[in-house]
Write a new protein. Structure first.
Lengths: 351, 307
């Protein structure tokens, strides 16, 4: 025994030597993760930042090693917990914000929306059916108007005179609490879109129902204004933010339909895998729809009251529509076919 | 419970982790066996978050009433005053954020957990081992609309109107909401859709190595290979726990049992008789040396009934 002078007994086991050699790294990683979790990542020096992934990888490899050579349970539990914490930190959702945003807008979002083309046509159909249905129902019996439009009418009810109606779609009258109302409407419409998406999980029929009802309320309002001879004015007024808002609602519902389709017809995947895949695609499209709703809210709050001429309104709405269509159709296309999940989604038969 | 893969050597679910385990293969190719967050801890996290969501507007309103903004009170100005308008907009926006954005924003943060989850020491991770993507977080939280808000609304409706339609709908949505109870990974619908799981991420302390402290060459404490090879890895784990706990009665009981099992003969000289702890430490070191030796050759021994 050459190390007899030492207080410590000589290392006997491979696992002990292993621990001796690597322990310093583990402790360093534990310290750094503690710091990072407490929000101190900004205070890291460049060297420490560069060291972090190295320490993480060496600890993960230590764990894999320890699992095959060591039977010290405390050691393995510690390494597991440390790796788990480091993993959750390293692979958490935070990446460089710039890269996330760029990838999302220039690649993920338009691609996911394109992949949903079949569902998009279905939800557009539902919305159009709703609008046409709403108009026809109110033409047949005006008493349908109130149940269809409900609390969102804001003075645009059956008893309103032509002047009253004209006022509600006019320019910026001072003293009208329109801004607050449009914020309320924005959060309401976002809620509708969210629900349309989420209801896709329970079979898709509720999504279709929601879209049709939503369309009906729009249709009923169109009927009201048209019956007072204000049809084009109303459509012009609506088109300013409506082109953005309705597109968003259609995308949200399409995402819901996609969920429903993949649950009912998972194809060659297991239902669970199909769901996870569908969720990712639909979730991306859904995030886009929600951002569009926020934009629509801004347009509603500002442009609706400042753009007052009919032609200007139509132009504004038309430009927005063309912008969205061009964005979703053209952005993020690839020259070379890469194998993302999205490409084979398109190939699937539609329901 | 994943079975040990002898070819890889990794991926062994540790016996000390109770409850279901969510194995995740990291991009480095290592299998991390996360302990799945239990339904109870997730519920507790949800309740904490809900308390925050409900109490925040209440606190805001109280603040508004308490703060001395006389010119901003409802009695003094008309509703269309721009300040009141701004306040109203602010309030609607805060309400909207709390309802739809609270969970998403916190889970997109660096800790991937809401305050409630942080208290319960649970985190959201991506099931496939990759990055937790923003779209996954959005999806899993958008589904709350179906799982949580819809049942609540329907329950309210059913209690007010008593309509059978809302009752049926309530039962239907409740089964969705209770989905985590019926699958092994305790995942709710939003987790399946987002490809996420919620796991327990505790902190563990690294203790000393027991084998290092074993008395190496005390005269009376040597074991024959036959005496050592009665136990397997499971018993080694139990022995480790006993030794780390160091409770005298347990030490005595375990030592007695092992001595009986291996046919231990106490040394003749009274001063050579080892204490229970010293005996167990020595036996632990010997057993671990043997089992780890076998392990290196790919022959693992799960417990005393193995082989």
């Amino acid at each position: 025994m050459s190390e007899a002078a030492n207080e410590k007994p000589p290392l006997q086991l491979k696992s002990q030597k292993f621990r001796e050699a690597r322990e310093k790294d583990w402790k360093a990683l534990a310290k750094q993760i503690d710091r990072a979790e407490n929000g101190g990542l900004r205070k890291f020096t460049t060297e420490e930042l560069l060291d972090l992934p190295v320490l993480y990888r060496s600890t993960v490899s230590s764990l894999s090693m320890a699992q095959s050579i060591s039977l010290d349970r405390n050691l393995i539990t510690f390494l597991q917990a440390l790796c788990a914490r480091a993993y959750v930190y390293m692979y958490g959702p935070h990446a460089r914000p710039g890269v996330i945003v760029r990838d999302f807008f220039l690649r993920d979002l338009p691609r996911s929306v394109r992949a949903l083309w079949g569902e998009l046509s279905l939800s557009t159909l539902c919305l159009v059916l709703g609008i046409v249905g709403g108009i026809l129902m109110c033409m047949a019996d005006p008493s349908w108007y109130d149940p269809l439009v409900g609390g969102m009418s804001q003075g645009r009810d059956l008893n309103a005179s032509v002047d009253d109606l004209r006022k509600t779609i006019g320019g910026s009258e001072s003293g009208e609490p329109l801004a607050a109302f449009s914020v309320f409407l924005m959060s309401h419409n976002t809620q509708v879109t969210l629900s349309a998406f989420a209801l896709g999980v329970i079979g898709g029929l509720p999504t279709a129902f929601l879209m049709i009802v939503f369309g009906m309320s729009v249709g009923a309002m169109v009927w009201l204004f048209a019956s007072r001879g204000l049809g084009p004015d109303f459509i012009a007024w609506l088109s300013i933010h409506g082109t953005t808002e309705l597109t968003a609602a259609v995308i949200g519902a399409a995402a819901g339909f996609h969920l429903a389709r993949r649950i009912m017809f998972p194809g060659h995947l297991t239902r669970k895998a199909a769901l996870a895949e569908a969720g990712r695609l639909a979730g991306t499209a859904m995030l886009g729809a929600m951002l569009m709703l926020v934009i629509a809210g801004f347009i509603e709050g500002v442009a609706r009251q400042t753009v007052t001429e009919m032609w200007a309104r139509f132009t504004f709405g038309g430009v927005m529509l063309v912008f969205w269509l061009a964005y979703f159709i053209a952005v993020g296309r690839l020259r070379k076919p890469r194998p993302p999940k999205l490409s084979h989604e398109v190939g699937h038969a539609q329901t | 419970m994943p079975r040990p893969d002898l070819m890889k050597g990794g991926a062994v679910a540790l016996p000390s982790t109770e409850g279901p385990v969510t194995p995740v293969t990291t991009p480095e190719g290592v299998v991390l066996s996360f302990r799945t967050a239990s339904f109870a801890s997730r519920l507790a996290a949800l309740v904490i978050d809900f308390l925050i969501i409900i109490l925040a507007p209440v606190v805001l309103v109280i603040l508004y009433i308490l703060l001395p903004f006389e010119h901003l009170k409802f009695d003094n100005v008309k509703m269309d005053h721009p300040a009141i308008q701004a306040l109203f907009i602010l309030f609607v926006l805060i309400g909207f954020f709390l309802r739809s954005g609270y969970f998403m924003l916190f889970e997109l943060g660096p800790r991937a957990a809401t305050p409630g989850k942080r208290v319960m020491k649970i985190r959201v991770i991506s099931h496939d081992g990759g990055h937790l993507t923003p779209s996954a977080v959005i999806t899993r939280n958008a589904l709350r609309e179906v799982e949580l808000y819809l049942p609540l609304t329907l329950a309210l409706q059913a209690s007010v109107n008593g309509g059978w339609v809302s009752l049926v709908a309530l039962i239907w949505t409740l089964t969705l909401a209770l989905l985590p109870l019926f699958n092994t990974s305790r995942a709710r619908l939003g987790d399946f859709l987002g490809g996420t799981r919620v796991v327990h991420v505790p902190r563990e302390r690294l203790s000393f190595d027991l084998a290092e402290q074993a008395p190496v060459t005390s005269p009376g404490l040597t074991f024959t290979p036959e005496q050592i090879s009665v136990y397997g890895e499971k018993e080694l784990g139990v022995l480790e726990e006993v030794l780390r706990e160091k409770r005298a009665t347990t030490l005595r009981a375990v030592a007695d049992r092992i001595k009986a099992r291996i046919g231990w003969v106490e040394p003749k000289i009274a001063s050579d008789i080892p204490s229970d702890e010293a005996f167990l430490r020595a036996y632990y070191a010997a057993l671990r040396a043997q089992l780890e030796g076998r392990m290196l050759l790919g022959r693992r021994r799960k417990d005393k009934f193995d082989e």
